[in-house]
Design a protein around this ligand. Structure first.
Ligand SMILES: Cc1cc2nc3c(=O)[nH]c(=O)nc-3n(C[C@H](O)[C@H](O)[C@H](O)COP(=O)(O)O)c2cc1C
Length: 414
């Protein structure tokens, strides 16, 4: 049955989303001192909350202080004070919708200038051609490190609930640690975490079980999964179908489908393997097949900017549509759709031929808009990508100095 955009959705946990529109996770790079949420994040989430989405999923929050996707990332571990997170949750709920925290470990996708650890299932580095040295060289995780990391996800989830969040989304897409374990191209292990799909999915499934055991039954638990990695010989749609079936008995509320990684940035519409070239709803073809067999409700994210596209996605059986870029340009887009209006402006497209650089510039443009919204200003979607990228790099250098000195303090305290 086709769902209407503004119809509610009841989830397995009993939680009800008031409509089918979600803001997908977008790493904001806005951590205040101590890698904590601060005023910028509160302002941003209040604006989004007023905009009418049923669900806000935060940008990825790190489960391990030694492993950040970037130096301005938020960390929620056992040592973090809870109060800033409580305020973040309240900001996200201030418009009557739900807020889930996305939780993540980057594994090998860590820039080479970052302090801390670079871990992966195997010692296989990110291959970005001439940009490969941007990432650190990973070491293969020991069984003990895998066990500790599973526990870290459960601790973060339990604390997110304590802070007042309505759920967590475990990030197993986009080439981060859990996606690395799932990928036969990155995971070359020969023990219980490598080889068959059951083994490659073991860490993800253990995390879902540990998280479920650490939180209340009414707290939502979701997973973001690649519908495919868009690399030959990589995790593909049939693997995704099987992993969804493995997740079903574990008490998962929703699976969000995306695709790609730094090596093949399909999530921004630029896969290395150009089989997916549709400009809107990038992953809809793969999702249609997955919907037919999925025992769990699915959310689809990537390339949705217009109501008509969103309705086409729902008509294919998808339960929730996710948007990132469109909501960074028009934070009240759901409210507009409800009153039959569309966005007035779109983000200036990045047409550079270097896919890795174009993807980074596209993300910088989106973050530029998020910073403006956080300050209460109007988005400026016409900003040149090079300008946004340079500003972002300056901010990242400052954030790196702060993160380094914070990490030193954390280590001394331990
Ligand atoms: C600036 C930026 C940051 C992102 N950070 C995350 C993240 O933290 N976690 C995640 O799962 N996806 C992240 N994404 C990917 C989005 O969730 C989404 O999958 C992607 O942008 C495609 O959707 P869109 O076309 O609606 O933007 C990010 C995207 C952008 C542009």
């Amino acid at each position: 049955m086709t769902s209407e955009l503004f119809s509610p959705l009841s989830l397995r946990s009993g939680q009800v989303l008031r409509n089918r529109i979600a803001k997908a996770a977008m790493e904001e790079n806005m951590a205040a001192d101590g890698q904590l949420p601060g005023h910028e994040l509160f302002g941003l989430y209040r604006r989004w909350a007023e905009g009418g989405t049923g669900l806000l999923i935060t940008g990825n929050v790190m489960v391990h202080a030694e492993a950040l996707t970037g130096p301005a990332g938020v960390v929620l571990d056992e040592a973090a004070p809870l109060e800033p997170f409580t305020e973040w949750a309240k900001a996200g709920q201030s418009g009557g919708g739900k807020i889930w925290m996305q939780i993540n470990h980057p594994g090998r996708q860590i820039a080479s200038d970052m302090p801390g650890v670079v871990w992966g299932p195997s010692a296989v580095g990110v291959d970005l051609g001439k940009h490969s040295s941007r990432f650190g060289r990973p070491v293969a995780m020991t069984a003990e490190q895998i066990g500790e990391t599973v526990t870290r996800y459960a601790v973060t989830a339990q604390r997110a609930e304590e802070a007042g969040f309505d759920g967590v989304e475990i990030h197993a897409a986009h080439g981060y640690l859990l996606s690395q374990f799932l990928s036969p191209l990155v995971n070359k292990r020969t023990d219980q975490w490598g080889g068959s799909l059951e083994n490659r999915a073991r860490m993800l499934l253990d995390i879902v079980r540990a998280v479920r055991a650490a939180v209340s039954p009414s707290f939502a638990v979701a997973v973001k999964l690649n519908s495919a990695d868009f690399q030959r010989g990589g995790f593909d749609a049939d693997d995704a179908r099987q992993v969804i079936a493995m997740l079903a008995p574990l008490g998962v509320d929703l699976v969000e489908l995306s695709g790609g990684s730094y090596e093949s940035p399909a999530m921004s519409g630029r896969p290395a393997d150009a089989r997916t070239q549709a400009r809107e709803a990038y992953f809809l073809d793969l999702a249609k097949d997955l919907v037919r067999t999925s025992p769990l409700p699915l959310m689809l994210t990537g390339g949705i900017t217009r109501r008509e596209t969103a309705e086409r996605v729902l008509a294919s059986g998808v339960a929730v549509i996710g948007m990132g870029t469109a909501l960074a340009v028009t934070p009240d887009l759901p409210e507009r759709w409800r009153t039959r209006r569309e966005a007035e402006r779109q983000l200036r497209p990045v047409t550079w031929s270097d896919k890795a650089l174009a993807s980074a510039a596209g993300m910088a443009q989106v973050r530029h808009q998020m910073r403006r919204i956080a300050r209460g200003s109007r988005p400026t979607p016409g900003t040149h990508p090079a300008v946004a990228l340079l500003a972002e790099r300056r901010k990242q250098r400052r954030a790196l100095r702060r993160y380094r000195s914070w990490l030193e303090t954390v280590r001394r305290a331990a």
